[in-house]
Design a protein around this ligand. Sequence first.
Ligand code: FAD
Length: 430
Amino acid sequence: MQRRDFLRLLGTGAALGVMMPFAEVLAAGSVTMPGNTGANGRVVVIGGGMAGTTVAKYLRLWGGTGVQVTLVEPNPTYISNIFSNKVLTGERTLTQLSYKYGTLTSKYGVKLITKSVTAIDYVSQQVTLNDGSKLPYDRLVIAPGVAFDALPMSGTAAAQAKVVHAWQAGAQTTSLQAQIKAMTKADTFILTIPAKPYRCPPGPYERACVVADYLTRTAKTKGAKVVVLDANPGIQAEVENFTYAFNNIHKNITYVPNASISSIDANTGTVNTSAGAFKGKVVNAIPPHRAGKIITDNPSLANVGGRWAGVNVLSYESALSNIHVIGDAAATTQPKAGHVANAEAKVCADAIVHLLRGEAVNPSPMTNSACYTPITNKTASWLSVVYRYDPVTGTMLPTGNGVTESSGINKDNHDEMLKWFSSLMADTFA
Ligand SMILES: Cc1cc2nc3c(=O)[nH]c(=O)nc-3n(C[C@H](O)[C@H](O)[C@H](O)COP(=O)(O)OP(=O)(O)OC[C@H]3O[C@@H](n4cnc5c(N)ncnc54)[C@H](O)[C@@H]3O)c2cc1C
């Protein structure tokens, strides 16, 4: 399969090995909704991010009117993390990355509840919302994304408030953008990367590149430096492209592997690590991740190191019956990425529709991930990988040559990246 085919196949489910007997996506904006397909039941989805919104949409699109889907999400607007690194450099605004749930309700008949889930009773099969009300389910899909560990930090409250991760697009992104804008050519931007697994493996290296690019392009900051403190032993994705970019395109980047944080002094901007102490004007510290709180509150769900939810990747059913976990919160062999969250959601939706009909699930699902990475404001690289279910290990394994990265960093990739992003977000929210 060619990389360009991913764009074409995003909306069809065909790339996933998913059967589509009752639904047909004709084109963006033109959808034939099925009637009752024989799948009947109440499905509650927790979290309206990349995974939860996609599963809600495709449950209706493939399951039909007998599948009553309720999406519970506290925020009326979803802000995409994807492309949020470009907000830091002023190339995008958070408003441009904001998505509403109107189409999900009007076009697909998903019921939206703008609240959060505070508890799950898996015996009586109901969830409790933050207003105390209860919502019963036949199948529950949990897609809460990630939560972040607290970092070992000292300093005044005001100084500590400036040390942000901006790894969940929103107010912290705005704060970090302002701090970068206030830098001068004598300043250093420190970016810390947690040990894997974290969401979007290429994302931190991408951030280092676009910030370094911005600092060099801007007269006031030309000469400013970027120091990347990576808790991992090496670059975690697109090794060749990022190594090339750090050595040849952004010579103002210093990359330091094996740099686990022991403490941060927010007053002085000093980051103490296993690879030494580093001082910066701006400290952008990305903490270690774990699954969203609604998962880690339930030890039976957070059964992988107490941090992530183990799932059967044929259906994304967790250790608890009738409860599925998708997206970043699930522990699988696939990366924690928006494109993968979208793909997992379709496999999960297809499986639930079959289960509600009393049928077997697809025994050989496929998923794919195509990730584009801006290296400058005009160029990008990419990686792509297709996963197939391996019955021997019970995991999703890369097919063919495994993860492929682009053989160059160029403008064509940047142009294609814009199309890829539009397709992915349309497949999720439109
Ligand atoms: C800077 C950056 C760049 C990235 N770039 C890319 C990229 O180029 N390509 C790519 O594929 N991925 C990228 N990603 C990763 C991508 O954003 C995530 O992998 C993706 O958002 C995961 O989807 P999710 O649905 O699991 O979680 P999220 O999208 O985070 O959604 C989780 C949702 O659950 C809701 N929620 C949480 N708890 C509850 C609760 N108790 N009740 C109700 N709702 C709840 C939250 O409000 C949120 O809306 C990037 C990430 C970052 C930070």
